[in-house]
Write a protein that binds this ligand. Structure first.
Ligand code: CAA
Length: 258
């Protein structure tokens, strides 16, 4: 159905694969739009509990925004590129009500690392290399990278990675908290699916609230502690809460996905 992405939904997990291997899966305008439409569609699909984002073939997750597309842009066009990208994809992923796992299967550079950082969880293959090389092109990260990298690894390490435009190995990414786990490339999807299946045992309504509460602390103008109180309270009105607490008291497994 789409030109640049493929979508595979099975057992409650949607795997979205960015499929431009010849361009190392670089994010052009059309790919961002296709991801936006698919994510919106999946949001309404009650069968899907977790989304996995990955790149096609074994060399790249995403090698960045498509440089060919913006090489001759003016100031207003540059602003529109960043704004539109953040609205259509990067903020959508960060605030997505279902967990999004990035399965980082190779280069995750610039917009590619920014996409992985928008996801809620990152699992990388050993061959993955990550970085924000934008200043080597004379720009800065424009899809949220200056903010999310500092949130994940701290300001000092983020400054180092951004100023040097260097790439780090998956092991270094693990050490500095940029990724959650590193595995052999042939185990990457299996590991991501295992994590998805652990998540799927739990209450989708509570997870949606947890995403809101965790994100609130990183959103200016919001008080994360207050949002946590509100989301905590809302859980008490859900079917999932009734099922989860009854199951515990009745010494059985909760079934949240009837
Ligand atoms: N945009 C467009 N095309 C890209 C691309 C990108 N970000 N990254 C790679 N490609 C293309 C190459 O142009 C090349 O195409 P051709 O065969 O038509 O020449 C093809 O993918 C294969 O790439 P290489 O031949 O360069 O492969 P390599 O193994 O020698 O190097 C690499 C791999 C180190 C990842 C290198 O491709 C590279 O440095 N890519 C650019 C990375 C980058 O700077 N990303 C940041 C983009 S800016 C951004 O993302 C801005 C933002 O925040 C909004």
């Amino acid at each position: 159905m789409f030109e640049n992405i493929s979508v595979d939904i099975s057992e409650g997990v949607a795997i979205l694969t960015i499929n431009r291997p010849k361009q190392l899966n670089a994010l052009n305008k059309q790919t961002i739009e296709e991801l936006n439409l698919t994510l919106k569609d999946i949001e309404e699909n009650n069968e899907v509990g977790v989304v996995i984002l990955t790149g096609s073939e074994d060399k790249a997750f995403v090698a960045g925004a498509d440089i060919k597309e913006f090489a001759d842009f003016t100031i207003p066009q540059g602003g529109a590129l960043a704004q539109k990208g953040q609205d259509l994809l990067f903020n959508l992923v960060e605030h997505y009500p279902k967990p999004v796992i990035a399965a980082v299967n190779g280069f995750a550079l610039g917009g590619g690392l920014e996409l992985a950082m928008s996801a809620h969880i990152r699992i990388a293959s050993k061959n993955a290399k990550m970085g924000l090389p934008e200043v080597s092109l004379g720009v800065i990260p424009g899809y949220g990278g200056t903010q999310r990298l500092a949130q994940l690894v701290g300001k000092g390490k983020a400054n180092e990675l951004i100023f040097t435009a260097g790439m780090i190995s998956s092991e270094e990414a693990l050490r500095c908290g940029l990724v959650n786990e590193v595995v052999e490339q042939d185990m990457l999807m299996e590991t991501a699916l295992k994590m998805a299946s652990k998540i799927m045992r739990n209450s989708p309504m509570a997870i949606r609230s947890a995403i809101k509460a965790v994100n609130a602390g990183y959103t200016s103008g919001l008080n994360g502690f207050q949002v946590e109180i509100e989301e905590f309270a809302k859980c008490f009105g859900t079917e999932d809460f009734k099922e989860g607490t009854s199951a515990f008291l009745e010494k059985r497994k909760a079934n949240f996905r009837k």
